[in-house]
Design a protein around this ligand. Structure first.
Ligand code: IPM
Ligand code: MG
Length: 371
């Protein structure tokens, strides 16, 4: 019997509600006799941690995250914490997790469930069957480069600086992740940067080209300027398979890709570290692409599918439970086929449900699939 240790970090806003639906599935899987069982810990992150401890994540919670096989993360932030010091803002908890666990590879699939093709702001024929994987570099670039500061000049004017910084090692390791993924998909990688204006873009392009030559000549590689990539995603999204890009472009392009699938409430993500030299295990954090949605928090309206699908990714990448992951994804698709919709994906003729009803329906569907 394999035991998997999970750390649940619901965070703020709708993170709390959507993680509760993951707990429902964990309880179900633990009760069901599969060959695996889950050992679950919980802790605070974001505004919730700040309110209790004065920091966005405590050292104790970080230690738990380092020890866990997988961290399942909800969302952080909200207007309540707009005035807290910059270094303690809720997002700092998430950024510390990414940096200290060295989770450099962020996998953001954008899959359009056929049942939701009409919920997209793009035409059905453009998005139906869409299956893109955005591979975002997550621990470098302008998010972490130093200096990062606001200084007052002698004339009293202020000047803000962020630093976009990449080493060839950082670019090479994320490129390899993208090539490895492409081989299991449609074997095509687009590498997006701005080599026409940025030195980091020039180096990015060079290193991806070299890595392609030495590591993955069998994969089809195309270089694309990041702004053109944003445009092509809207014009003809199905031309893409894997897109590999830096931290900031990846942040923006993944929100854009997410919206094509009908709702930000649908998309999961995985953030992975390097495989451990001895055990081969990667540190990992799984989270929905959406945020804490303070406007609907606490009302039972949130769509739990992105968080549940993130849990499915955790089963696949961290727990060697690919079969169960497939079944959870199938359960989600079936529930959508039956017409159940949270408000964010509601369409005429469908049945509107809340967060826990959606979670319960997915559990019920999973029960049937696993019977
Ligand atoms: C994301 C989010 C984060 C980011 C925020 C919450 C810091 O937008 O995961 O895409 O910018 O990376
Ligand atoms: Mg973002």
């Amino acid at each position: 019997m394999a035991t998997h240790s999970l750390l649940l970090l619901p965070g703020d806003g709708i993170g709390v509600e959507t993680i509760a639906e993951v707990e429902r599935l964990i309880a179900f899987l633990n009760a069901k006799n599969t060959s695996s069982t889950f050992n679950v810990e919980r802790d605070l992150v974001g505004g919730a941690a700040y309110d209790k401890h004065g920091v966005a994540i405590t050292d104790a919670a970080m230690a738990k995250a380092k020890a866990a096989d997988a961290v399942i993360f909800g969302a952080v932030g909200g207007p309540k914490w707009d005035k807290v010091p910059y270094e303690h803002r809720p997002e700092a908890g998430l950024l510390r997790l990414r940096k200290d666990l060295d989770l450099f590879a962020n996998l953001r699939p954008a899959i359009c469930y056929p049942a939701l093709a009409d919920a997209s702001s793009l035409k059905r024929e453009l998005v139906e069957g869409l299956d893109i994987m955005i591979v975002r570099e997550l621990t470098g670039g302008v998010y972490f480069g130093e200096p990062k500061e606001i200084v007052t000049l002698e004339n009293g004017e202020k000047r803000a600086v962020d630093t976009q910084l990449y080493t060839s090692r950082e670019i090479e390791r994320i490129a390899k992740v993208a090539f490895d993924l492409a081989r299991k998909r449609s074997n095509k990688v687009h590498s997006a940067e701005k080599r026409n204006v940025m030195k980091t873009g020039v180096l990015w392009n060079e290193v991806v080209t070299q890595t392609h030559k030495s590591y993955a000549p069998d994969v089809q590689l195309e270089h694309i300027l990041a702004d053109n990539c944003a445009m092509q995603l809207i014009r003809n999204p199905k031309q893409f398979d894997v897109i590999v890009t830096d931290n900031l472009f990846g942040d923006v392009l993944s929100d854009e890709a997410a919206m094509m699938t009908g709702s930000l409430g649908m998309l999961p993500s995985a953030s992975l570290g390097s495989p451990d030299a001895k055990t081969g295990k990667r540190k990992a954090l799984y989270e929905p692409v959406h945020g804490s949605a303070p406007d609907i928090a606490g009302k039972g309206l949130a769509n739990p599918i992105a968080t549940i699908a993130s849990f499915a990714m955790a089963l696949r990448y961290s727990c060697d439970m690919g079969k169960e992951a497939d079944l959870i994804e199938k359960a989600i698709a079936n529930v959508l086929d039956k017409g159940l919709r949270t408000p964010d994906i509601m369409q005429t003729g469908m049945t509107k449900v809340g967060t826990s009803q959606m979670g319960a329906a997915i559990e019920k569907e999973l029960q049937v699939l696993m019977a």
